[in-house]
Design a protein around this ligand. Structure first.
Ligand code: BTN
Length: 258
Protein backbone atom coordinates (compact mmCIF):
# COMPACT_ATOMS: atom_id res chain seq x y z
CA UNK A 1 0.00 0.00 0.00
CA UNK A 2 3.06 2.20 0.31
CA UNK A 3 2.87 2.86 -3.40
CA UNK A 4 -0.79 3.81 -3.86
CA UNK A 5 -0.27 7.57 -3.78
CA UNK A 6 -0.97 8.97 -7.24
CA UNK A 7 -3.00 11.78 -8.72
CA UNK A 8 -5.66 9.37 -9.96
CA UNK A 9 -6.03 7.59 -6.63
CA UNK A 10 -6.17 10.85 -4.66
CA UNK A 11 -8.78 12.45 -6.92
CA UNK A 12 -10.95 9.37 -7.55
CA UNK A 13 -14.50 10.23 -6.37
CA UNK A 14 -13.13 13.02 -4.18
CA UNK A 15 -16.09 15.29 -3.62
CA UNK A 16 -14.85 18.49 -2.04
CA UNK A 17 -15.92 22.06 -2.70
CA UNK A 18 -12.68 24.00 -2.30
CA UNK A 19 -9.81 22.01 -0.82
CA UNK A 20 -8.70 19.36 -3.32
CA UNK A 21 -10.48 20.73 -6.41
CA UNK A 22 -6.98 21.17 -7.79
CA UNK A 23 -4.36 18.63 -6.75
CA UNK A 24 -0.71 18.68 -7.82
CA UNK A 25 1.07 15.42 -7.09
CA UNK A 26 4.85 14.99 -7.25
CA UNK A 27 6.66 11.73 -6.45
CA UNK A 28 9.43 13.69 -4.70
CA UNK A 29 9.92 17.34 -3.73
CA UNK A 30 12.33 19.27 -1.51
CA UNK A 31 9.33 20.65 0.42
CA UNK A 32 5.66 21.07 -0.49
CA UNK A 33 5.83 24.48 1.25
CA UNK A 34 8.25 25.79 -1.38
CA UNK A 35 6.12 24.51 -4.26
CA UNK A 36 2.94 25.86 -2.66
CA UNK A 37 4.48 29.30 -2.33
CA UNK A 38 5.39 29.28 -6.02
CA UNK A 39 1.82 28.28 -6.87
CA UNK A 40 0.54 31.14 -4.71
CA UNK A 41 2.72 33.61 -6.57
CA UNK A 42 1.37 32.25 -9.90
CA UNK A 43 -2.15 32.82 -8.53
CA UNK A 44 -3.24 29.18 -8.25
CA UNK A 45 -6.83 28.57 -7.17
CA UNK A 46 -7.84 28.56 -3.56
CA UNK A 47 -7.76 25.03 -2.19
CA UNK A 48 -4.91 23.86 -4.43
CA UNK A 49 -3.20 20.91 -2.76
CA UNK A 50 0.47 20.12 -3.32
CA UNK A 51 1.25 16.59 -2.25
CA UNK A 52 4.36 14.49 -2.56
CA UNK A 53 5.47 10.93 -1.96
CA UNK A 54 8.55 12.08 -0.05
CA UNK A 55 10.42 15.28 0.79
CA UNK A 56 14.16 15.75 0.77
CA UNK A 57 14.11 19.05 2.73
CA UNK A 58 10.91 18.83 4.77
CA UNK A 59 10.48 21.84 7.01
CA UNK A 60 9.18 21.86 10.56
CA UNK A 61 8.28 24.68 12.92
CA UNK A 62 10.96 26.80 14.61
CA UNK A 63 13.35 26.21 11.69
CA UNK A 64 13.54 22.49 12.40
CA UNK A 65 13.64 19.87 9.70
CA UNK A 66 10.82 17.39 9.16
CA UNK A 67 11.52 13.74 8.39
CA UNK A 68 9.39 12.93 5.40
CA UNK A 69 10.07 9.48 3.93
CA UNK A 70 7.95 7.49 1.50
CA UNK A 71 4.97 5.98 3.29
CA UNK A 72 3.92 9.18 5.06
CA UNK A 73 1.75 12.06 3.92
CA UNK A 74 3.32 15.44 3.19
CA UNK A 75 1.02 18.04 1.73
CA UNK A 76 0.41 21.77 1.61
CA UNK A 77 -2.90 23.51 1.01
CA UNK A 78 -3.08 26.99 -0.48
CA UNK A 79 -5.82 29.27 0.85
CA UNK A 80 -6.85 32.89 0.49
CA UNK A 81 -8.69 33.48 3.78
CA UNK A 82 -9.85 36.70 5.39
CA UNK A 83 -7.46 38.22 7.93
CA UNK A 84 -9.98 37.57 10.71
CA UNK A 85 -9.90 33.84 9.95
CA UNK A 86 -6.11 33.45 10.10
CA UNK A 87 -5.96 32.41 13.77
CA UNK A 88 -8.57 29.73 13.07
CA UNK A 89 -6.52 28.00 10.38
CA UNK A 90 -4.50 26.06 12.91
CA UNK A 91 -7.74 25.01 14.62
CA UNK A 92 -9.18 23.94 11.28
CA UNK A 93 -6.11 21.91 10.31
CA UNK A 94 -5.69 20.29 13.73
CA UNK A 95 -9.36 19.32 13.94
CA UNK A 96 -9.28 17.95 10.39
CA UNK A 97 -6.42 15.62 11.36
CA UNK A 98 -8.18 14.53 14.56
CA UNK A 99 -11.43 13.78 12.69
CA UNK A 100 -9.60 12.03 9.86
CA UNK A 101 -7.66 9.83 12.30
CA UNK A 102 -10.85 9.01 14.18
CA UNK A 103 -12.71 8.14 10.99
CA UNK A 104 -9.90 5.94 9.72
CA UNK A 105 -8.89 4.22 12.94
CA UNK A 106 -11.50 4.83 15.61
CA UNK A 107 -8.75 6.33 17.79
CA UNK A 108 -9.09 9.74 19.43
CA UNK A 109 -6.00 11.77 18.68
CA UNK A 110 -5.25 14.77 20.86
CA UNK A 111 -3.98 18.23 20.07
CA UNK A 112 -0.88 19.50 21.83
CA UNK A 113 -0.81 23.29 21.76
CA UNK A 114 -0.22 24.79 19.35
CA UNK A 115 0.36 22.52 16.35
CA UNK A 116 1.03 18.89 17.21
CA UNK A 117 -1.30 15.94 16.94
CA UNK A 118 -0.63 13.09 19.35
CA UNK A 119 -1.67 9.49 19.32
CA UNK A 120 -1.20 7.66 22.62
CA UNK A 121 0.98 10.56 23.79
CA UNK A 122 3.36 10.48 20.82
CA UNK A 123 3.48 12.89 17.89
CA UNK A 124 1.82 11.50 14.78
CA UNK A 125 1.40 14.74 12.85
CA UNK A 126 2.90 18.21 12.63
CA UNK A 127 1.35 21.29 11.10
CA UNK A 128 3.17 24.30 9.72
CA UNK A 129 1.32 27.43 8.65
CA UNK A 130 2.93 30.18 6.62
CA UNK A 131 0.97 33.36 5.94
CA UNK A 132 1.76 36.26 3.69
CA UNK A 133 -0.20 39.28 4.85
CA UNK A 134 -0.03 42.80 3.44
CA UNK A 135 -1.79 45.40 5.55
CA UNK A 136 -5.26 44.06 6.10
CA UNK A 137 -5.18 41.64 3.20
CA UNK A 138 -3.98 38.07 3.15
CA UNK A 139 -1.97 37.44 -0.01
CA UNK A 140 -2.05 33.75 0.78
CA UNK A 141 -1.90 31.22 3.59
CA UNK A 142 -0.27 27.82 3.26
CA UNK A 143 -1.10 24.98 5.61
CA UNK A 144 1.53 22.23 5.60
CA UNK A 145 0.62 18.88 7.11
CA UNK A 146 3.00 16.02 7.77
CA UNK A 147 1.20 12.87 8.90
CA UNK A 148 3.13 9.74 9.81
CA UNK A 149 1.18 6.93 8.23
CA UNK A 150 3.17 3.78 7.36
CA UNK A 151 6.39 4.87 9.05
CA UNK A 152 8.27 2.06 10.77
CA UNK A 153 9.51 3.85 13.86
CA UNK A 154 12.39 1.45 14.53
CA UNK A 155 13.95 2.78 11.30
CA UNK A 156 14.08 6.24 12.91
CA UNK A 157 15.80 5.80 16.29
CA UNK A 158 16.23 9.56 16.87
CA UNK A 159 12.48 10.16 17.07
CA UNK A 160 11.00 6.78 17.92
CA UNK A 161 10.57 7.61 21.63
CA UNK A 162 8.53 10.74 20.94
CA UNK A 163 6.88 10.07 17.58
CA UNK A 164 4.57 7.45 16.17
CA UNK A 165 2.66 6.60 13.00
CA UNK A 166 -0.79 5.25 12.24
CA UNK A 167 0.65 1.86 11.24
CA UNK A 168 2.75 1.64 14.41
CA UNK A 169 -0.24 2.35 16.64
CA UNK A 170 -2.78 0.27 14.72
CA UNK A 171 -0.32 -2.49 13.68
CA UNK A 172 -1.49 -2.44 10.06
CA UNK A 173 -0.65 -0.49 6.93
CA UNK A 174 -2.92 2.19 5.49
CA UNK A 175 -3.74 3.27 1.96
CA UNK A 176 -2.03 6.65 1.59
CA UNK A 177 -4.57 7.70 -1.03
CA UNK A 178 -7.50 6.91 1.30
CA UNK A 179 -5.88 8.71 4.24
CA UNK A 180 -5.24 11.73 2.00
CA UNK A 181 -8.82 11.76 0.77
CA UNK A 182 -10.20 11.60 4.30
CA UNK A 183 -7.91 14.42 5.39
CA UNK A 184 -8.92 16.63 2.45
CA UNK A 185 -12.62 15.94 3.04
CA UNK A 186 -12.34 16.94 6.69
CA UNK A 187 -10.32 20.06 5.86
CA UNK A 188 -12.81 21.08 3.21
CA UNK A 189 -15.75 20.56 5.57
CA UNK A 190 -14.13 22.57 8.36
CA UNK A 191 -12.96 25.34 6.03
CA UNK A 192 -16.52 25.77 4.77
CA UNK A 193 -17.72 25.83 8.38
CA UNK A 194 -15.23 28.58 9.12
CA UNK A 195 -16.17 30.57 6.02
CA UNK A 196 -19.80 30.34 7.09
CA UNK A 197 -18.86 32.15 10.29
CA UNK A 198 -19.11 29.16 12.63
CA UNK A 199 -16.25 29.29 15.17
CA UNK A 200 -14.04 26.22 15.56
CA UNK A 201 -12.55 27.44 18.83
CA UNK A 202 -14.57 25.42 21.34
CA UNK A 203 -14.15 22.11 19.54
CA UNK A 204 -10.40 22.78 19.23
CA UNK A 205 -10.08 23.80 22.89
CA UNK A 206 -11.88 20.66 24.03
CA UNK A 207 -9.44 18.43 22.14
CA UNK A 208 -6.32 20.06 23.58
CA UNK A 209 -4.30 17.84 25.87
CA UNK A 210 -2.17 20.76 27.10
CA UNK A 211 -4.65 22.48 29.43
CA UNK A 212 -3.99 21.92 33.13
CA UNK A 213 -0.48 20.64 32.47
CA UNK A 214 2.74 21.93 33.92
CA UNK A 215 4.75 23.01 30.91
CA UNK A 216 7.58 25.12 29.65
CA UNK A 217 7.09 27.14 26.51
CA UNK A 218 9.78 28.49 24.24
CA UNK A 219 8.52 31.53 22.40
CA UNK A 220 11.09 33.41 20.33
CA UNK A 221 14.00 33.96 22.73
CA UNK A 222 11.82 33.77 25.83
CA UNK A 223 11.24 30.70 27.99
CA UNK A 224 8.12 30.54 30.17
CA UNK A 225 7.22 28.00 32.82
CA UNK A 226 3.86 27.43 34.43
CA UNK A 227 0.48 25.75 34.20
CA UNK A 228 -1.44 25.94 30.95
CA UNK A 229 -4.66 27.52 32.15
CA UNK A 230 -6.65 28.44 29.07
CA UNK A 231 -6.55 29.03 25.36
CA UNK A 232 -8.42 31.99 23.95
CA UNK A 233 -10.30 32.29 20.69
CA UNK A 234 -7.30 33.69 18.78
CA UNK A 235 -5.43 30.48 19.66
CA UNK A 236 -3.13 32.05 22.27
CA UNK A 237 -2.23 30.18 25.44
CA UNK A 238 -2.64 31.69 28.91
CA UNK A 239 0.06 30.34 31.21
CA UNK A 240 -0.11 30.74 35.00
CA UNK A 241 3.46 31.34 36.22
CA UNK A 242 4.87 30.41 39.65
CA UNK A 243 4.50 34.01 40.90
CA UNK A 244 0.79 33.92 40.08
CA UNK A 245 0.94 36.11 36.99
CA UNK A 246 -0.79 35.08 33.80
CA UNK A 247 1.14 35.43 30.56
CA UNK A 248 -0.42 35.30 27.10
CA UNK A 249 1.68 33.39 24.55
CA UNK A 250 0.73 33.75 20.91
CA UNK A 251 3.03 31.10 19.50
CA UNK A 252 5.69 28.81 20.85
CA UNK A 253 6.80 25.31 21.51
CA UNK A 254 5.45 23.58 24.61
CA UNK A 255 7.06 20.70 26.49
CA UNK A 256 5.94 18.92 29.62
CA UNK A 257 7.90 19.73 32.77
CA UNK A 258 8.92 16.77 34.89
C1 BTN B 1 6.21 20.64 12.89
O1 BTN B 1 5.65 19.89 13.69
O2 BTN B 1 7.31 21.14 13.15
C2 BTN B 1 5.53 20.95 11.59
C3 BTN B 1 5.86 19.95 10.54
C4 BTN B 1 5.18 20.23 9.22
C5 BTN B 1 5.61 19.25 8.15
C6 BTN B 1 4.86 19.43 6.87
S1 BTN B 1 5.10 18.10 5.75
C7 BTN B 1 4.29 19.00 4.50
C8 BTN B 1 4.79 20.42 4.61
N1 BTN B 1 6.04 20.56 3.90
C9 BTN B 1 7.04 20.83 4.73
O3 BTN B 1 8.23 20.99 4.37
N2 BTN B 1 6.62 20.91 5.97
C10 BTN B 1 5.19 20.67 6.07
Amino acid sequence: MKGDLSLVNICRNLETSIIGKNVLYYPCLPSTMITARKEAVYGANEGTVIITGKQTKGRGRMERSWISPEGNIALSVLLYPLVKDLPSLIMMASLAVVYAVRGLTGFSAQIKWPNDILLNGKKVCGILIENNVRGNKVDYAIIGIGLNVNMKMSDFPDIKDTATSLSETLTREFSLAKVTQKLLLEMDRLYLTLRNGVPLYEDWRDKLTTLGQNIRVKSGNALYKGTAELVVSDGSLLLRQADGTLVKIVSGDATLRD
